[in-house]
Design a protein around this ligand. Structure first.
Ligand SMILES: NC(=O)c1ccc[n+]([C@@H]2O[C@H](COP(=O)([O-])OP(=O)(O)OC[C@H]3O[C@@H](n4cnc5c(N)ncnc54)[C@H](O)[C@@H]3O)[C@@H](O)[C@H]2O)c1
Length: 339
């Protein structure tokens, strides 16, 4: 079988740390071309994989024969690049947040539908081993109904992650549109929807720029959310957890409590009301410092190979984005927003 020919738009941190190495490790993929306005950045990866470098993704689309692309660029470019690629008949794996508005998200889904290509969103939290285990336990029913929860994602901010450090687009509102909420909050809105197999129907958001200087994007958010089945919980996103970053979720259920990613070494802990405590060592959550394969790229390739729609679809990405957009609306209006 011929290999899937892939191009990557944006050659920054997420491309270099996950998309490119994970494509390179997949025997069914050929990395064909890279685009980044910083010529040397694109050329460096292109040389490494015997691929072509472009500064303009539109030129790349015009010149190369491809099957799929990864969109790993600043948030404001996700929609236009994904739509151009879909219109060119290519499968698209776009990073989160999939878009910056509901309308953009809908246009992306429509473009993919019209071209008969797959649109997948890089919500890798779903595939992290502790989260896979937690979902398996919750789905088993032994904890009963989820009553209340907290889910949180915080670290010291993208200055130590982005290829451009403190000068990164992450801090420029016209390119990022959202700060910690678009970076981290959307991971948790997606994860909690997925884990609980339920939808967030109401959100109240307290969002602000609490500590980062020289930026007007949000660096902290605390939201209260209500699920369709009645559970209520909090969702936090922070770029100011300078120590003790948090990527944990705790569910309090009818029959006990499940702690996910709260204790190093015991990634999932189940404390049942009958007194039993179960601990599961299933491998750590990825952190900015310690990257582990995301599994997202292999899942995308598998979808294409088997002609099976991706589970982390554009529709899923949009529902998770809408929670974050609702939280901003709540912050702006001072009201609880119904979704
Ligand atoms: N799934 C995850 O866990 C995860 C983690 C980090 C970032 N991300 C997402 O990935 C995306 C990229 O973030 P990053 O951390 O790699 O940022 P980054 O700052 O490290 O890299 C962004 C790259 O995009 C390039 N770029 C800018 N304009 C471009 C254009 N017109 N065409 C092509 N390339 C262009 C920049 O030059 C830079 O090399 C963001 O949307 C971010 O939210 C996802």
């Amino acid at each position: 079988m011929s290999k899937i020919r892939v191009a990557v738009f944006g050659c920054g941190a997420i491309a270099q740390r996950r998309h490119i190495p994970e494509y390179a490790a997949n025997p069914n993929v050929e990395l064909v071309a890279f685009a980044d306005p910083l010529k040397e950045r694109a050329e460096e990866v292109a040389a490494q994989y015997g691929a072509k470098a472009y500064t303009d993704y539109k030129e790349l689309l015009k010149n190369e024969k491809l099957d799929a692309v990864s969109v790993c660029t600043p948030n404001y470019l996700h929609a236009s690049m994904s739509i151009d690629a879909a219109n060119a008949g290519l499968h698209v794996l776009v990073e989160k947040p999939m878009a910056t508005t509901k309308e953009e998200g809908e246009q992306m889904i429509e473009a993919a539908r019209k071209s008969g290509v797959f649109l997948m969103v890089g919500h890798n939290q779903r595939l992290m081993p502790p989260h896979v285990k937690a979902k398996e336990i919750l789905d088993s029913g032994k904890l009963g109904k989820v009553l209340t929860f907290r889910t949180s994602f915080g670290h010291g901010g993208p200055e130590s992650w982005s290829v451009d450090g403190r000068d990164s687009w992450f801090f420029r509102k016209d390119e990022a549109i959202m700060g910690a909420m678009g970076d981290l909050g959307v991971h948790k809105s997606d994860f909690i929807r997925y884990l609980l197999n339920d939808e967030i129907v109401e959100v109240a958001g307290f969002i602000g720029t609490v500590h980062k200087e020289g930026t007007d994007v949000d660096d902290n958010a605390t939201c209260i959310v209500r699920m369709k089945n009645g559970a209520v919980g909090t969702l936090m996103a922070s770029w100011t957890h300078y120590r003790s970053g948090d990527n944990g979720t705790v569910l309090w259920c009818e029959n006990g409590c499940m702690k996910i990613g709260t204790v190093e070494g015991d990634e999932v802990i189940v404390e049942l009301t009958n007194g039993t405590v179960e601990t599961y060592k299933v491998g750590a959550m990825a952190t900015n410092e310690k990257q582990v394969p995301s599994g997202v790229i292999d899942a995308f390739v598998e979808s294409i190979l088997t002609n099976t729609p991706p589970q982390i679809s554009g529709e899923e990405g949009l529902r998770s984005l809408n929670v974050i957009l609702g939280a901003f609306e709540s912050q702006d209006t001072g009201k609880i927003v119904k979704l």
